[in-house]
Design a protein around this ligand. Structure first.
Ligand code: PMV
Length: 327
């Protein structure tokens, strides 16, 4: 499935960040979720064959080391075990296409802050696999890309639903349910303000905590799963109809449920309260939680500016404003 030329050319790949509008954590158990891409935050990867000192490829790798870009060595003959989800995904890709020759260096430049629920690990893995496929001059089918990235994501999340891998390649909002994906549309004027608490969260720790919590209270778990699915379905209808006020209420209700299952924190709750106080239609944490980012819904640009200012005053270390609908 790949060409066996001695000197494969350098390959390049990229992907973008995402937010989860509704459904995080419950999506791990087959419930639906809605994600929205953040194309302004991108991860880029370049793949080079292990090169002789002094060659352009070796210089690029040295530059990466000096500039502290993320550098990953992938050896197809290793067992593929690594604490680095990009290496796991890249190694899985090599295995899936039957590549067993020399090792590859991957240089990653990622503008998506890690540990913030914005999909950095999935975007880096997708960018890396795309770069690797171009480098090895092999056909990259959506199935192989997804399977390789999921290996890395399972390592990063414990058990990954697959939503991040889908959202970091999506062109607009998407509905995700048990691996099934459907593009959604949303009102052109509405905005999402994304705010960073500055606290690094761990998706793996959060997913593990939720699993323990749900297993210890089976009846309550059932109620949470049913409520989460209902909120997400209503949100999709509101999104399609452009009912931002109603959509916002569902988001805030989802945040309350995420608080109950223990994945929010003081900083997230303060930002959610500040956004609602400033007139946002709704607000919630996004992604794994235990730190990371929250989102607030605004009817239009003007309201987004007011909400964004309030979030900055309430301690957000970074904010972004993105369209809710397709671009
Ligand atoms: O990568 P994060 O922090 O956006 O988390 C992804 C969403 C979870 O539902 C928490 C995990 C998953 O695999 O779906």
């Amino acid at each position: 499935m790949y060409r066996t030329t001695q000197e494969h050319r350098a390959g390049a790949g990229s992907a973008h960040g995402k937010i989860i509008l509704l459904g995080e954590h419950m999506v791990v158990y087959g419930m639906p979720a809605i994600a929205v891409p953040m194309p302004e935050l991108r991860a880029h990867a370049t793949a080079y064959g292990r090169a002789a000192a002094g060659s352009p490829a070796a210089d690029a790798v040295l530059d990466a080391q000096r500039s502290r870009s993320h550098l990953v060595h992938v050896d197809p003959r290793s067992d593929g075990r690594s604490a680095d989800s990009v290496e796991v995904a890249a190694h899985a890709f090599m295995r899936l296409v039957g590549y067993t020759e020399r090792g590859v260096d991957l240089v990653l430049r990622c503008a998506i802050p890690p540990g913030r629920g914005l999909g950095a690990s999935a975007a880096c893995a997708v960018a890396a696999v795309r770069a690797l496929a171009e480098h090895l001059e092999c056909t990259l089918t959506p199935e192989i890309l997804h399977r390789a990235v999921q290996h890395g994501e399972d390592m990063a999340h414990g058990t990954a639903s697959g939503i991040d891998a889908v959202a970091c390649m999506a062109a607009g909002p998407v509905w995700f349910e048990s691996g099934w994906v459907q593009p959604l549309s949303g009102p052109a004027r509405a905005r999402i303000v994304v705010a960073d608490t500055g606290i690094t969260g761990s998706t793996k720790a959060a997913v593990t905590q939720v699993r323990t919590q749900l297993a210890s209270e089976i009846n309550q778990a059932r109620t949470h799963l049913i409520n989460a699915a209902a909120l997400t379905r209503m949100a999709a209808e509101d999104l399609a109809a452009g009912r931002i006020a109603e959509l916002g209420k569902h988001c805030t209700a989802f945040h309350a449920m995420l608080c109950e299952i223990g994945v929010s924190c003081g900083a997230l709750d303060r930002l959610v309260a500040a956004a609602i106080e400033a007139g946002a239609a709704g607000a919630k944490l996004t992604g794994g939680g235990l730190g990371g980012c929250m989102i607030a819904l605004a009817e239009d640009d003007e309201q987004a500016v007011t909400v964004r200012t309030a979030l900055q005053q309430a301690g957000a270390v970074r904010t972004w404003t993105i369209p809710l609908g397709r671009r």
